[in-house]
Design a binder for this molecule. Structure first.
Ligand code: GAP
Length: 543
């Protein structure tokens, strides 16, 4: 759940403010260059590209699909199969989690109970002149201080180009005297209506075309069955979390899990974002990886701290360590009414720099969700804990019935993939091909490449054999590429851009002494090792 001020009391409604700065470079990285590389190397394509695209939807190409799968698999492994790398919980216990896979469409009452039907809203503004729609809380107005009768213009927060256009527009309207005025910036929603009517919208030419802000529900709806009426209206889930709460009882009854334990769920979620932007950061269809960890209320704060720290360590382990990653604890006035603690793992994306954007929220949700679903479904969702209560004469425990509390680490896989790409994107002008994608080997979609230096003299055959061997051992985590075309420099450059950590080259010497060249993507350094050592070498480095 997020810190973004649009949440209006709805659980898990949105993400953190993307920070200031718009297109300001983050560590000198250009978002345009990163997007171009993503398209060129087949990481991310605009959805419906050949039809001009569709706003807020992105598809993953061959390398992006594998990268995202590796991220999802890493989450699944480290959160569900071997939770927290075997790290012990706050009471010294083993952390236990089970998976679940739930439908995108559920009974509409699920979303009434969760609060999404009534309150999952963003304030939105339409521009009657340009037919554009904006998030009202993302519209920033520039106006002259103390001269209320002068023109005022609006730009989209975090969009450098929009701010430049608005500033130019205002200077033109004020004419030569523009430098004589002191300017101020204010959020559109904070203006009284009379002042809103003087604003020229980000893409408009005249004032007064922006409507009053009104609330807009972010859930997509559709109809089930053949009859298109309101009674058959259903929603595409805006989060995977609710699928977990509604099956809490089924999981307890069908498995041997005992509190404390977690349930993980990954999959697509849908939000009709008013202003999808910043590449895949805010899209209308995205993938979440959420865990709900159920525990006794008295132990919930300790589990909250435990998960918050582990999630930060997890992102660091994938290569997001350093000053671009922070853990931000929400201030008391940012918390939802039911939450006693929420922290966001935030990454400094090039488009949020120098600010940060939310990657994952870790929320203490109390017993809010189970209580809500119990009230709406009339099914008892409390838990009878046989390990608690007074000690009986026979040495056993009387037991205690309670509503479990829940800690929720909720990550976005698209934002995770984007952060890993942005972090890995490196320009090194000292190298013949300066663009390199330094992806962590665990996440890299191509694990290794094998090149015959020349397409003759037995080299292709040796390369093919090595490719097959490596594929057998490492192929389930990613591609093993083999390429005999172009100069070796071009082949290395191609692999650098694709984020392939190691290239093995078969050359004339291989045929004599059974050694190959290994080239490290990050340093460009080469060394020679025996061809029989390649698999072990790669195994050690891929982990
Ligand atoms: N169940 C809690 C929940 O859904 P959230 O903060 O709204 O909380 C969790 O979402 C994560 O999902 C966010 O941290 C973010 O990574 C991702 N996410 C949310 N909205 C998104 C969007 N429009 N586009 C891409 N990712 C999004």
């Amino acid at each position: 759940m997020s810190s973004e001020a649009n949440e209006k009391g709805v659980p898990g409604a949105s993400d953190a403010a993307a920070g200031a700065g718009g297109a300001a470079p983050g560590g000198g990285k250009s978002m345009d260059a990163i997007m171009a590389l993503c398209k060129r190397r087949g990481f991310v394509f605009q959805a419906s590209d050949i039809y001009g695209g569709i706003n807020g939807f992105w598809d993953y190409g061959p390398l992006g699909a594998q990268l995202k799968k590796n991220l999802r698999d890493a989450w699944w492994h480290d959160m569900v199969m071997n939770p927290c790398w075997g790290r012990k919980g706050p009471g010294g216990e083993r952390v236990r989690c089970v998976p679940l896979e739930t439908c995108i469409i559920q009974h509409p009452k699920v979303w009434e109970a969760s609060g999404h039907v009534g309150g999952f809203n963003d304030p939105m503004v339409d521009d009657k002149e340009t037919k554009q729609r904006y998030r009202a809380d993302h519209l920033i107005v520039i106006r002259t201080r103390a001269f209320a009768d002068k023109p005022t213009v609006a730009y989209i927060q975090g969009d450098d180009k929009s701010k430049k256009t608005a500033t130019k527009k205002l200077e033109k309207l004020l004419g030569e005297s523009s430098s004589a005025y002191e300017l101020e910036e204010i959020e559109y929603t904070r203006l009284i209506r009379a002042h809103q009517e003087r604003v020229i919208g980000p893409d408009a030419t005249k004032p007064g075309t922006l409507t009053e802000p009104r609330m807009f529900n972010l859930m997509f709806d559709t109809i089930t069955g053949a009859v298109r009426d309101e009674a058959n209206k259903v929603y595409l889930r805006p989060e995977t979390a609710q699928g977990i709460f509604i099956h809490f009882k089924n999981v307890v009854d069908s498995t041997r899990v005992k509190i404390p334990f977690g349930i993980g769920n990954t999959g697509k979620s849908f939000r009709n974002e008013v202003t999808p932007r910043n590449f895949t950061f805010r899209s209308r269809e995205f993938e979440q990886a959420e865990l709900e960890f159920f525990c006794h209320p008295d132990e919930s704060m300790a589990w909250y701290a435990f998960w918050r720290d582990f999630r930060m360590d997890w992102w660091k382990s994938l290569g997001l360590a350093g000053e671009n990653l922070i853990l931000r604890e929400h201030a008391k006035d940012e918390l939802s009414h039911y939450s006693t603690g929420t922290s966001d793992v935030e990454y400094r994306f090039p488009f949020t720099a120098p600010g940060f954007g939310e990657l994952e929220g870790i929320a203490h949700r109390g017993c809010y969700d189970l209580t809500q679903h119990q009230a709406h479904s009339k099914v008892k969702l409390d838990y009878f804990d046989t390990t608690r209560g007074e000690v009986l004469p026979n040495g056993g425990k009387k037991g205690e019935r309670y509503m479990p509390h829940c800690i929720e680490p909720a990550a976005g896989l698209d934002r995770g993939a984007l952060a890993l790409i942005c972090e890995g994107y490196t320009v090194d002008r000292s190298r013949p091909s300066p663009e390199i994608l330094k992806l962590h080997p665990r996440i890299a979609p191509i694990k290794a490449a094998v090149f015959p230096l020349m397409d003759k003299d037995g080299m292709p055959e040796v390369a093919e054999k090595l490719t097959d061997d490596l594929f057998t051992r490492f192929g389930k985590g990613g591609f093993i590429e083999s390429d005999a075309k172009q100069s070796i420099g071009k082949r290395y450059a191609r692999m650098d851009e694709a984020g392939c950590p190691f290239c093995f080259t078969i050359d004339g010497d291989t045929m004599k002494d059974q050694t190959v060249t290994v080239r490290d993507r990050d340093t460009g350094q080469q060394e020679r090792i025996g061809i029989d050592k390649v698999s072990g070498y790669l195994g050690e480095r891929l982990g």
